[in-house]
Design a protein around this ligand. Structure first.
Ligand code: AMP
Ligand code: GLY
Length: 425
């Protein structure tokens, strides 16, 4: 079987590794891919949104399955193009991916189908938005409606900050079209966790939970990033919460999309927050999370190709998860998520059985890997406990000391406020 993966980041490298493990898969292609994937995949010089080249290649090479990693090509309708060409593809159509592409749409859907989430109102008019904020008070959350590469959310601690966010988004078009409309929502407090599932119509096959660490620096300080590390399963989610989230969030969301004539096939991601009233939705994504994928897929014991084949045929893939933990820590370029240098040589590290490496922003000059992005790579490991997997990762990361050209967070998997019996040590 031949598999094509669309994307170039850490999530897609992880997918390449997992598909390459499948005894059925003889060839993996990545478009455009990255330097780290080259051992296991043939990288193709096509951008993620070049439908003509991607579809043409899949047809010519008789690719059996195409998997779309990132949100941009999904919202650009790449799945629709593959389907129109009669090709097998796993990912939502443009219409179904709107659950990630429009926060207002997602909120309307949740309200209509009574899926737990924060109270909200949506605005295109700045004066009305400001009036609403004055009435509600702070803390309050202001969100650009459309895709903003993870930067379109302002958690305002004061009314002043919230009013400024309204000006930035609605009047100064901070995110262009993506912030022509905004959603203002109630501030929720609690532990966040991610819950992803393989979905096809109303069939939902949940994965283990994961915890992303979005802030740049230790103790969840500093600016938001694409994710500085993750671990799975989340240690704050009880079996009861997990089942509740499946029954009251994932299943109704899949059914709601179906009812709205937006058949969803692909990975549905719910970003959840555990409030005193139970888990509520912070956001949906229409794809695998990054870096959650890098720590969830290593725990999946099934053949990923078979899982997707089954899901597409409406068969239960009988997911099996290792009874272990998996942790991953991102190494980023100094300065990220602000400005940073590219082309910096990475230190050499010794590959090990215990610690896996996922590339995100790297290139190769034939001899060395060089940095080519903000998030450069991720070291990950499985372990009987979260503590043991973290120990392996942090031991391997010593090769990046001193942290002058690159940096990583030293508190992944440790930086949450949990009750003592859930502590990592
Ligand atoms: P998002 O891009 O929607 O995931 O939002 C980015 C981050 O903002 C989330 O991971 C949360 O930490 C925070 N956030 C978003 N919405 C809320 C909310 N209603 N209450 C509290 N924090 C929020
Ligand atoms: N890790 C969050 C996301 O992929 O959007």
């Amino acid at each position: 079987m031949k598999v094509l993966i669309i994307g170039r980041g850490g999530r897609e490298h992880s997918l390449v590794q997992k598909f390459a493990e499948s005894p059925q898969v003889t060839q993996v292609y990545a478009a455009p891919g990255n330097a780290g994937m080259q051992e296991q995949a043939e990288c193709l010089p096509f951008s993620e949104t070049d439908h003509e080249k991607l579809v043409g290649f899949a047809k010519d090479q008789q690719v059996d399955l195409t998997f779309v990693g990132p949100e941009n090509p999904l919202l650009d309708g790449v799945v629709d193009s593959f389907q129109e060409a009669g090709l097998q593809v796993f990912g939502p159509t443009k219409a179904a991916a709107l659950i990630e592409g429009s926060k207002h749409f997602a909120k309307q859907l949740m309200q209509k189908y009574e899926i737990p989430t924060a109270q909200y109102a949506a605005f295109t008019d700045a004066d009305q938005a400001k009036e609403y904020i004055q009435k509600q008070g702070a803390p309050i959350v202001v969100k650009a409606d459309g895709l903003a590469a993870g930067k379109g959310v302002v958690v305002a601690e004061t009314v002043k900050q919230a009013l400024k966010a309204v000006d930035d988004m609605l009047l100064n078009q901070q995110f262009g079209e993506a912030s022509e409309e905004i959603v203002i929502e109630e501030f929720l407090e609690g532990e966040e966790f991610s819950l992803m599932a393989f979905v096809h119509g109303e069939n939902v096959y949940p994965m283990v939970t994961a915890r992303d660490h979005k802030r740049a620096y230790e103790n969840d300080e500093g600016p938001n990033t694409g994710g500085m590390g993750a671990y799975a399963p989340s240690r704050v989610v009880t079996e009861e919460t997990y089942q509740y989230a499946i029954e009251n969030i994932l299943n109704p969301t899949a059914r709601a999309l179906l009812k709205e004539d937006r058949f969803f096939s692909g990975i549905l991601y719910a970003g959840l927050i555990q409030t005193t009233e139970g888990p509520k939705v912070i956001e949906y994504n229409a794809r695998f999370g990054d870096p959650e994928t890098q720590v969830v897929l290593p725990l999946l014991e099934n053949d990923l190709f078979q899982v997707i084949t089954d899901v597409l045929e409406n068969k239960d893939p009988h997911l099996r998860w290792a009874d272990e933990a998996c942790a991953g820590v991102v190494v980023a370029s100094a300065g990220y998520p602000g400005s940073y240098e590219k082309g910096v040589q990475l230190p050499k590290w010794t590959p090990s059985e215990e610690v896996f490496t996922i590339h995100a922003g790297t290139k190769s000059n034939g001899e060395h890997y060089l940095s080519d992005g903000g998030r450069v790579l991720l070291f990950g490991a499985k372990g009987e406990t979260l503590a043991s997997s973290l120990e392996k990762v942090y031991q391997a990361l010593k090769v990046f000391e001193p942290q002058d050209k690159f940096f990583y967070r030293t508190d992944i998997g440790r930086s949450v406020s949990v009750s003592p019996d859930q502590n990592v040590e």
